[in-house]
Design a protein around this ligand. Structure first.
Ligand code: IMP
Ligand code: MG
Length: 179
Protein backbone atom coordinates (compact mmCIF):
# COMPACT_ATOMS: atom_id res chain seq x y z
CA UNK A 1 0.00 0.00 0.00
CA UNK A 2 1.53 3.28 -1.11
CA UNK A 3 2.06 5.91 1.57
CA UNK A 4 3.22 9.49 1.14
CA UNK A 5 3.75 12.77 2.90
CA UNK A 6 1.53 15.70 2.00
CA UNK A 7 2.50 19.05 3.50
CA UNK A 8 3.32 17.93 7.09
CA UNK A 9 1.30 14.72 7.44
CA UNK A 10 1.51 11.09 6.40
CA UNK A 11 -1.21 9.48 4.29
CA UNK A 12 -1.67 5.94 2.99
CA UNK A 13 -3.52 4.87 -0.13
CA UNK A 14 -7.09 3.75 0.55
CA UNK A 15 -8.83 3.73 -2.85
CA UNK A 16 -6.72 3.11 -5.93
CA UNK A 17 -7.34 5.19 -9.07
CA UNK A 18 -8.45 2.14 -11.11
CA UNK A 19 -11.15 1.35 -8.54
CA UNK A 20 -12.29 4.98 -8.56
CA UNK A 21 -12.62 4.93 -12.35
CA UNK A 22 -14.77 1.79 -12.13
CA UNK A 23 -17.03 3.41 -9.54
CA UNK A 24 -17.32 6.61 -11.58
CA UNK A 25 -18.37 4.49 -14.57
CA UNK A 26 -21.09 2.78 -12.51
CA UNK A 27 -22.49 6.08 -11.25
CA UNK A 28 -22.49 7.49 -14.81
CA UNK A 29 -24.38 4.43 -16.06
CA UNK A 30 -27.02 4.88 -13.33
CA UNK A 31 -27.44 8.57 -14.14
CA UNK A 32 -27.67 7.85 -17.88
CA UNK A 33 -30.44 5.39 -17.10
CA UNK A 34 -32.33 7.30 -14.39
CA UNK A 35 -32.29 10.77 -15.99
CA UNK A 36 -32.97 9.76 -19.58
CA UNK A 37 -35.29 12.26 -21.33
CA UNK A 38 -35.00 14.85 -18.53
CA UNK A 39 -33.66 18.38 -18.86
CA UNK A 40 -30.57 18.08 -16.69
CA UNK A 41 -28.20 20.70 -15.34
CA UNK A 42 -25.14 19.25 -13.57
CA UNK A 43 -23.63 21.54 -10.95
CA UNK A 44 -20.14 20.66 -9.72
CA UNK A 45 -19.01 22.06 -6.39
CA UNK A 46 -15.52 23.58 -6.60
CA UNK A 47 -12.76 23.09 -5.78
CA UNK A 48 -12.97 19.51 -4.52
CA UNK A 49 -15.31 18.04 -7.14
CA UNK A 50 -13.38 19.20 -10.21
CA UNK A 51 -11.71 15.85 -10.92
CA UNK A 52 -14.74 13.69 -10.15
CA UNK A 53 -17.02 15.98 -12.20
CA UNK A 54 -14.60 15.86 -15.12
CA UNK A 55 -14.30 12.05 -15.17
CA UNK A 56 -18.03 11.59 -14.56
CA UNK A 57 -19.11 13.96 -17.33
CA UNK A 58 -16.93 12.14 -19.90
CA UNK A 59 -19.25 9.17 -19.44
CA UNK A 60 -22.57 11.02 -19.33
CA UNK A 61 -24.57 10.57 -22.50
CA UNK A 62 -27.49 12.83 -21.58
CA UNK A 63 -28.30 16.02 -23.44
CA UNK A 64 -27.30 18.24 -20.53
CA UNK A 65 -25.61 21.38 -19.29
CA UNK A 66 -22.80 21.56 -16.75
CA UNK A 67 -21.80 24.43 -14.54
CA UNK A 68 -19.76 24.95 -11.38
CA UNK A 69 -20.42 26.75 -8.12
CA UNK A 70 -18.15 27.53 -5.22
CA UNK A 71 -18.67 27.81 -1.47
CA UNK A 72 -16.09 28.73 1.10
CA UNK A 73 -16.26 26.62 4.26
CA UNK A 74 -13.31 24.41 5.09
CA UNK A 75 -9.79 24.95 6.42
CA UNK A 76 -7.13 22.39 7.38
CA UNK A 77 -8.32 18.98 8.54
CA UNK A 78 -11.44 19.90 10.51
CA UNK A 79 -14.53 21.75 9.32
CA UNK A 80 -14.81 25.37 10.46
CA UNK A 81 -18.54 24.76 10.47
CA UNK A 82 -19.40 28.05 8.83
CA UNK A 83 -20.56 27.93 5.24
CA UNK A 84 -20.28 31.44 3.97
CA UNK A 85 -21.11 32.09 0.37
CA UNK A 86 -22.28 30.52 -2.87
CA UNK A 87 -20.91 31.96 -6.09
CA UNK A 88 -21.14 31.21 -9.78
CA UNK A 89 -24.66 29.93 -10.38
CA UNK A 90 -25.29 31.31 -13.84
CA UNK A 91 -27.43 28.58 -15.38
CA UNK A 92 -31.21 28.84 -15.38
CA UNK A 93 -32.35 25.89 -13.28
CA UNK A 94 -36.06 26.71 -12.94
CA UNK A 95 -38.08 23.70 -14.10
CA UNK A 96 -34.95 21.57 -14.64
CA UNK A 97 -33.50 18.48 -12.97
CA UNK A 98 -30.42 19.62 -11.08
CA UNK A 99 -27.66 17.14 -10.26
CA UNK A 100 -25.20 18.39 -7.65
CA UNK A 101 -21.76 16.79 -7.99
CA UNK A 102 -19.80 16.71 -4.72
CA UNK A 103 -16.44 15.20 -3.86
CA UNK A 104 -17.33 14.38 -0.26
CA UNK A 105 -20.17 14.85 2.21
CA UNK A 106 -18.86 15.12 5.75
CA UNK A 107 -21.13 16.95 8.25
CA UNK A 108 -23.47 17.82 5.37
CA UNK A 109 -23.49 21.55 6.20
CA UNK A 110 -22.03 22.63 2.87
CA UNK A 111 -24.54 20.66 0.90
CA UNK A 112 -27.45 21.72 3.10
CA UNK A 113 -26.55 25.34 2.38
CA UNK A 114 -26.27 24.64 -1.36
CA UNK A 115 -29.61 22.81 -1.37
CA UNK A 116 -31.44 25.74 0.25
CA UNK A 117 -29.80 28.23 -2.10
CA UNK A 118 -30.66 26.19 -5.20
CA UNK A 119 -34.25 25.49 -4.10
CA UNK A 120 -34.95 29.24 -4.25
CA UNK A 121 -34.43 28.99 -8.02
CA UNK A 122 -37.30 26.46 -8.30
CA UNK A 123 -35.75 23.44 -10.03
CA UNK A 124 -38.18 20.54 -10.58
CA UNK A 125 -35.96 18.23 -8.56
CA UNK A 126 -32.45 18.07 -7.13
CA UNK A 127 -30.34 14.90 -7.13
CA UNK A 128 -27.14 14.62 -5.15
CA UNK A 129 -24.12 12.70 -6.41
CA UNK A 130 -21.10 12.35 -4.16
CA UNK A 131 -17.99 10.25 -4.60
CA UNK A 132 -17.43 9.94 -0.84
CA UNK A 133 -19.82 9.99 2.12
CA UNK A 134 -18.97 9.90 5.83
CA UNK A 135 -22.24 8.63 7.41
CA UNK A 136 -20.84 8.89 10.97
CA UNK A 137 -20.17 12.62 10.56
CA UNK A 138 -23.41 13.44 8.74
CA UNK A 139 -25.87 15.64 10.69
CA UNK A 140 -28.87 16.13 8.40
CA UNK A 141 -31.84 14.13 7.22
CA UNK A 142 -31.61 14.60 3.44
CA UNK A 143 -29.93 11.70 1.64
CA UNK A 144 -27.37 11.70 -1.18
CA UNK A 145 -28.96 9.87 -4.15
CA UNK A 146 -25.75 8.42 -5.59
CA UNK A 147 -22.76 7.55 -3.40
CA UNK A 148 -19.44 6.17 -4.66
CA UNK A 149 -18.02 5.08 -1.30
CA UNK A 150 -19.24 5.23 2.30
CA UNK A 151 -16.06 5.84 4.30
CA UNK A 152 -15.14 6.04 8.02
CA UNK A 153 -14.92 9.42 9.70
CA UNK A 154 -11.26 9.92 8.77
CA UNK A 155 -9.55 12.66 6.81
CA UNK A 156 -8.83 11.84 3.15
CA UNK A 157 -7.01 13.55 0.27
CA UNK A 158 -6.53 13.06 -3.43
CA UNK A 159 -8.74 12.94 -6.50
CA UNK A 160 -9.71 16.58 -6.01
CA UNK A 161 -9.66 16.60 -2.21
CA UNK A 162 -6.97 18.62 -0.49
CA UNK A 163 -5.03 18.92 2.72
CA UNK A 164 -4.03 22.56 3.24
CA UNK A 165 -4.37 23.05 -0.52
CA UNK A 166 -2.15 20.09 -1.45
CA UNK A 167 -2.94 16.67 -2.87
CA UNK A 168 -5.81 17.56 -5.23
CA UNK A 169 -3.84 16.28 -8.24
CA UNK A 170 -3.40 12.74 -6.89
CA UNK A 171 -5.39 10.18 -8.89
CA UNK A 172 -5.96 7.81 -5.95
CA UNK A 173 -7.49 8.57 -2.53
CA UNK A 174 -5.31 8.55 0.60
CA UNK A 175 -6.28 8.42 4.29
CA UNK A 176 -4.52 10.33 7.07
CA UNK A 177 -2.23 8.12 9.16
CA UNK A 178 -2.54 8.99 12.85
CA UNK A 179 0.91 8.97 14.41
P1 IMP B 1 -19.25 19.34 5.20
O1 IMP B 1 -19.90 20.69 5.04
O2 IMP B 1 -18.84 19.08 6.62
O3 IMP B 1 -20.08 18.21 4.64
O4 IMP B 1 -17.87 19.39 4.45
C1 IMP B 1 -17.87 19.41 3.09
C2 IMP B 1 -16.60 19.93 2.48
O5 IMP B 1 -15.48 19.85 3.37
C3 IMP B 1 -16.27 19.04 1.33
O6 IMP B 1 -16.89 19.47 0.16
C4 IMP B 1 -14.77 19.08 1.29
O7 IMP B 1 -14.35 20.16 0.50
C5 IMP B 1 -14.36 19.29 2.73
N1 IMP B 1 -14.01 18.00 3.38
C6 IMP B 1 -14.77 17.25 4.22
N2 IMP B 1 -14.13 16.15 4.61
C7 IMP B 1 -12.93 16.18 4.01
C8 IMP B 1 -11.80 15.27 3.99
O8 IMP B 1 -11.76 14.19 4.62
N3 IMP B 1 -10.74 15.66 3.22
C9 IMP B 1 -10.73 16.82 2.51
N4 IMP B 1 -11.76 17.68 2.47
C10 IMP B 1 -12.85 17.35 3.22
MG1 MG C 1 -16.33 20.05 -1.67
Amino acid sequence: MESLKIHDKKFSESIHSKKIQGTVGKIAAQLNHDLKDKEVVFIGVLNGAFMFASDLMKQIQLNCRISFIKVSSYAGISSTGSVINLIGLNEVIKGKTVVIIEDIIDSGKTLNFILSALKEHEPTEIKIVTLLFKPAAFKFNYKPDYVGYRIPNQFVVGYGLDYAGFGRNLTSIYTLVNE
